[in-house]
Write a protein that binds this ligand. Structure first.
Ligand code: DC
Length: 227
């Protein structure tokens, strides 16, 4: 039985999980934890240090040298990798292309899940990812499972990357999302799957305000004192 409140948000890539999670955290004064950023930072470390992700033993050993920290400013989460802020770098396509493979590695998941459970131990948190409601916090009071039309998701992510001057086509973004969805839902270790008690949120035709209202209504029984 938890003494704190956990809102778990899982779903496919680029569904707007982090947008919703940040808005919820801001509204409720909860802590926001972006677990995808952790897998991305691990991927970045492995790439920078030329560690072959197929060599599971080397990857497992490398985990001892990876220190991740979150700093929350204005409910935007900033992540540091061994003391250096990497929040922008981890969103680049080079990392996106490999992150699903890295996050399928058992030792990586075991370590990240352990750290995530520690972070949500005693505080009210909104945590987004792929396995929060099923593996990290199966006892979370509120679970949301997000989905949206793949084309709409690709367009949203494409716009976001264009704003960052990244040279990538809409087709490449679409392919990357499809690839990650496939890997995330079919991997052996805690695949992306809807927890049976998760509320489905399809935001294909919802804007940010509408999706926030939808979820605030659902979390009210647990968070009325914070709203
Ligand atoms: O949320 P995101 O797109 O930044 O996540 C990047 C990748 O990390 C995603 O393709 C799957 C993986 N991931 C995961 O396996 N488990 C989580 N809890 C969060 C992310």
């Amino acid at each position: 039985m938890l003494n704190n409140i956990i809102i778990a948000i899982d779903g496919y890539s680029s569904c707007g999980k982090s947008t919703l999670a940040k808005a919820l955290a801001k509204k409720l004064h909860f802590i926001y934890i972006d677990t995808g950023a952790m897998y991305r930072a691990v991927t970045l470390y492995l790439q920078k240090n030329n560690i072959d992700i197929k060599d599971e033993e080397r990857v497992e050993n490398a985990l001892d040298d990876i220190h991740l920290n979150f700093h929350s400013r204005d409910y935007q989460s900033h992540i540091t990798l061994n003391g250096i802020e990497v929040s922008d770098e981890i969103r680049q396509m080079g990392v996106s292309e490999k992150v699903s493979e890295v996050s399928a590695i058992k030792a990586v998941r075991r370590e990240m899940v352990k750290q995530q459970q520690r972070m949500g131990e005693s505080k009210n948190v909104v945590m987004d990812g792929r396995d929060i409601g099923t593996t990290v916090f199966p006892e979370a009071q509120v679970k949301i499972f997000m989905t949206a039309d793949p084309k709409v998701r690709a367009e949203r992510r494409f716009k976001e990357l264009q704003g960052k001057d990244e040279k990538v086509t809409l087709e490449e973004v679409f392919e990357n999302l499809a690839h990650r969805d496939y890997q995330d839902t079919t991997r052996k270790e805690s695949p992306l799957i809807r927890a049976t008690d998760a509320i489905i949120l399809d935001n294909t035709n919802l804007n940010e305000v509408q999706q926030l209202e939808f979820v605030l209504e659902k979390v009210k029984p647990f968070t009325f004192e914070y709203q």
